[in-house]
Design a binder for this molecule. Structure first.
Ligand code: GLV
Ligand code: MN
Ligand code: MN
Length: 418
């Protein structure tokens, strides 16, 4: 890390706020709801919009075979590997305007503010827009960064399908991303360091009146898919004794997960069933088939795995007691991520230089940084979000919070890029 002369930075928060609002309008749902599922028409339009802003800022734009997008500000020493920043622009159904997008458009504004200040980086600075951080379409989060980080092999990616049965291969080609999926995995030295700006998605910074969070660890996510097959039948004619209702079996599993997550006694353990599909889904028909998608996280991998094991044990127990068939599929069980001390030091020095308050904290949501960490040192910078609300249309980060995050990100990029 080199020392920099003090930067006279001007973050154009009016421009950035207008761009965030324009991006939020590119949605599959009516405002203020943002829904942008990967490779949907809205996702492709949003990509086009962000790329046009990058080109206007003089960045050169390239895309890989899965649609990860790299917008590069060339450095004075082109042989040096770049400093990366960025996040995602896909959004879960019924989302808000700031998750991921603050890291992408805020990253772009950080670059533009450095350009305005006359800064010239030694290393290139690369803004990365990762494909499908959200698991909505293919059931697995951080698709693009996971493949870049060698965590998801091309063969496993090719097996992914959405709920309509469309394969990843046909969808990415239809979206305009061809080329061998093998080429997505980043070679050694592809990135020198990576730093991601993101809203906290929790309440602590706002509650404590602190400007910035310096993320030291990112929680370890896991997902178990569960299919319960019981016996359907007439809701009136079939008497209660001897029923094999797949949904009442599922209800036991949902409660078993909640109780296992609570029983660790650790604030960092969380367990959620976010998807419950019931077949045939008629009010007067006993559910014969239920599919659950579960999400279990912790900063401590062993503790997270103990909850996963408790859920699997509950599956065996419920299957036996209720005479239903339960199949499980482990979608992912990722390790926690430890952020890099040198990048954290650069973030801290930049926060001090900018006169901001900050604290070190963990990220309980997962992020593309978790997978970039497999190929380069990473750290994250959090800004507050109102009420800790995220993954909802009323998600909100104030222009002041965003501007302070972008300012400190820009100073950090300047330090790292030298
Ligand atoms: C990412 O959106 C997550 O679910 O943590
Ligand atoms: Mn999200
Ligand atoms: Mn996000």
């Amino acid at each position: 890390m080199s020392t920099q002369p003090r930067l006279d930075l001007l973050v154009d928060i009016a421009l950035l706020s207008a761009e965030l609002a324009a991006l939020a309008r590119i949605s599959e749902a009516d405002p203020p709801v943002v829904t942008r599922i990967v490779f949907s028409e809205a996702d492709l339009r949003a990509r086009g919009y962000v790329k046009s802003l990058c080109v206007a800022a003089g960045l050169s734009v390239e895309e890989d075979a899965i649609g990860n997008t790299f917008a590069r500000w060339t450095g004075s020493e082109p042989d040096l590997s770049p400093i990366g920043t960025g996040s995602h622009i896909d959004a879960i159904p019924n989302a808000g305007s700031y998750d991921g997008t603050v890291g992408v458009l805020g990253g772009l504004e950080a670059i533009r503010s450095l350009q305005r200040a006359g800064f010239r980086p030694r290393r290139a600075i690369e803004l990365i827009i990762f494909t499908a951080e959200e698991p909505t379409r293919f059931g697995i989060g951080c698709l693009g960064s996971r493949m870049m980080g060698h965590v998801l092999a091309p063969a496993a990616a090719l097996a992914l399908r959405d709920k309509q049965g469309n394969g990843l291969e046909e969808l990415r080609i239809h979206a305009g991303f061809a080329g061998a999926l093998e080429s997505v995995a980043a070679p050694a030295g592809r990135l020198h360091q990576f730093v991601e700006l993101h809203i906290e998605q929790g309440p602590l910074l706002e509650q404590e009146g602190i400007d910035l969070g310096l993320v030291t660890h990112i929680a370890a996510p896991a997902s178990l898919r569960i299919q319960i097959e019981g016996e359907g039948g007439h809701a009136g004619g079939k008497l209660m004794p001897g029923r094999k209702d797949a949904l009442t079996a599922a209800a036991e599993l949902i409660l078993a997960l909640e109780s296992a997550a609570k029983s660790t006694g650790a604030i960092d353990t969380v367990g959620t069933v976010g998807v419950c599909e019931v077949f045939p889904g008629a009010v007067n028909s006993i559910p014969s088939l239920v599919r659950l998608e579960t999400d279990i996280r912790d900063t401590d991998r062993a503790r997270r795995d103990s909850v996963l094991d408790a859920l699997k044990a509950a599956c065996t127990d419920v299957a036996q007691r209720r005479g239903v068939t339960i199949k499980t599929e482990l979608v992912n069980a990722d390790p926690p991520t430890r952020c890099d001390v040198a990048i954290l030091a650069a973030l801290e020095a930049s926060g001090v230089e900018a006169g901001r308050t900050y604290k070190r904290m963990v990220a309980r949501a997962y992020h593309d940084s978790s997978f970039v960490a497999c190929i380069a040192p990473v750290a994250m910078l959090f800004i507050p979000c109102r009420g800790g609300v995220s993954h909802r249309p009323d998600e909100y980060a104030s222009p002041q919070w965003i501007a302070s995050g972008v300012d400190v990100l820009a100073r950090t990029l300047a330090r790292l890029a030298g």
